[in-house]
Design a protein around this ligand. Structure first.
Ligand code: AMP
Length: 514
């Protein structure tokens, strides 16, 4: 919840106009007071109005749309293949979380729901759709696939929810959303939620919403006061130094449980293996891991059976993991805003939390961007003996130096800033996160050292959650340059920068070409 919550006059769920069956479910969920976004959004949604909610996960935004939707769905019946409401979410985890909310709050009502996401068998969902569903929760790519196969009719949709719209933008989903909106009846209610409001999302809201009520519960780039932020500045950039720093920091703080954020899927795997090898209780979550494994890992983490969750941004985005004591950033995120989302996993609901960001020389520019955005001084932390230990580490040949080439004056090209962001909004890409993959979870793979020297695997070296793409994409800031470089350099950050023979101009002798 945000700190703005305290300023809002308290109201009750009953006063918001929700029906008795819902009130009972809310009561059983243990909630007595609506959060600010709920207090503002629910009455407006009940009246049929559009809402643009600027709110992050943790503010109670899901219930802000799920509760009034259930109330409205109590009247009327679903028809075959024609869902009455549609909720678009950027990732399967988020979609599944929304579905859980529907189950929790709708348990006293007879509502049918279908889920169109990667990793969930379509057959069963198709049967539900055939019988008629009140709520369809989907990731955009999946929905379009099934629509194009003629499995769904969208002409009966009365309410559309676009959840985590800014993340949809990052993942290149905006063209898909535009396409979906065009398939829906023009007379419908549209609710849009986003943690930030970049111009593209504003445009989307203007185009597809009708005089929406704008509800903002946290300023953009605001970090909660309950989070104590630290930075560990390293003299070296290679992965060995970073992993050592991460371990020492985890040992030095009182970590009940934590999320370690990495910028790439491969990094997620390598860091997880390293932590496990050194005796830490850790597991990975990113878009290339099988859905069943992701779900199981998250459940373990939520249940307190797993101490460290090593995650990519998209996989972790929007996940409701209550009561995390620590967030570790293996490096500052590619996009400054993601820093707020990442550290927002801790210090929730008034609890105290800590975040520690590891910054090597290559990360300095990224870090400067983050500090400028959050407008907060972040205390430097250096666990005892770490500086010397890092000085004395052997050179890590598979390290970040030179191999990664972070841009923005050096960063970002290898992440969603270039790959995912289609700020121009014309990209046809769909996020990798939606695809299923048979990659093995980190624990199931080889040891750390083997991973570090093996040649690039197909998916391992892709940026975390880099979207599928069949067209070059435009992107903001320094990303264009980066995209080109990514293509040229190929996917393997461990490969030598170039095998080309130099110094002979066009007259390279044949034996050298061989
Ligand atoms: P969300 O922002 O939708 O991800 O919700 C964040 C968390 O707040 C979830 O664990 C919800 O179950 C919880 N929550 C939602 N509404 C309330 C409420 N009115 N009071 C207390 N907790 C709530």
């Amino acid at each position: 919840m945000t700190d703005k919550q305290d300023d809002t006059p308290k109201t009750t769920f009953a006063a918001l106009g929700l029906g008795p069956k819902l009130l009972q479910a809310i009561d059983e969920a243990g909630y007595d007071t609506p959060t600010p976004i709920q207090a503002e959004a629910i009455p407006h949604v009940l009246l049929g109005g559009d809402v643009t909610g600027i709110a992050q996960t943790g503010t109670g935004k899901t219930a802000a749309f799920v509760l009034p939707m259930i109330h409205r769905l109590e009247q009327g019946r679903a028809r075959a293949r024609m869902p009455r409401t549609l909720i678009l979410a950027p990732t399967r985890e988020l979609a599944a979380q929304v579905a859980e909310n529907f189950e929790k709050y709708g348990k006293n009502l007879k509502l049918e729901m279908a889920l169109l996401i990667g990793g969930v068998s379509f057959k069963e969902q198709e049967q539900k759709l055939m019988r008629g569903v009140d709520v369809l929760i989907a990731t955009p790519g999946r929905l379009i696939d099934q629509f194009e196969r003629g499995k769904i009719l969208l002409t009966g949709v009365e309410i559309l929810v676009i959840d985590e719209a800014d993340r949809m933008l990052d993942m290149g989903f905006i063209p898909d959303i535009e396409k979906i909106c065009a398939l829906l009846p023009p007379r419908r209610q549209t609710l849009l939620f986003s943690a930030t409001m970049p111009p593209e999302i504003n445009k989307l809201a203007q185009r597809f919403q009708n005089q929406p009520k704008k509800i903002e519960v946290a300023r953009q780039a605001q970090t909660a006061e309950t989070i104590k932020q630290f930075v560990v500045k390293l003299s070296r950039d290679d992965d060995k130094a970073k992993r050592t720093a991460l371990r020492r920091v985890i040992e030095a703080r009182e970590v009940k449980n934590g999320i370690v954020f990495c910028n790439r899927k491969r990094e997620v795997d390598v860091v997880t293996k390293s932590l496990i090898k050194h005796g830490f209780d850790a597991a990975a979550i990113h878009g290339d891991l099988p859905q069943a494994y992701r779900t199981q890992t998250l459940d373990r983490f939520r249940d307190g059976d797993l101490k460290l969750l090593v995650a990519s941004d998209v996989a972790a985005r929007g996940l409701d993991v209550p009561d995390v004591s620590h967030v570790f950033n293996y490096a500052p995120p590619p996009k400054d805003e993601d820093y707020v989302h990442r550290i927002g996993r801790t210090g929730r609901a008034g609890k105290k939390g800590e975040s520690v960001t590891i910054v090597g020389p290559f990360d300095e520019k990224s870090w400067a961007g983050v500090v400028k955005m959050i407008q907060t001084d972040v205390e430097e932390l250096m666990p005892e003996g770490l500086a010397e230990e890092i000085e004395n580490l052997p050179e890590d040949t598979g390290g970040r130096k030179g191999g990664r080439g972070r841009s923005r004056g050096g960063r970002g090209s290898d992440d969603s800033r270039s790959g995912g962001r289609s700020r121009g909004g014309r990209s046809r890409s769909r996020a990798k996160d939606e695809t299923t993959s048979d990659s093995k979870p980190a624990e199931a793979k080889d040891t750390e050292s083997k991973t570090e020297t093996k040649p690039a695997a197909k998916s391992d070296d892709k940026p975390a959650e880099k979207p599928r793409s069949d067209k070059p994409k435009s992107s903001r800031g320094g990303a264009k340059k980066g995209s080109g470089r990514d293509k040229k350099r190929g996917k393997d950050e461990l490969a030598p920068a170039s095998d080309a023979v130099r110094g002979f101009g066009d007259n390279v002798p044949d034996f050298l070409k061989r």
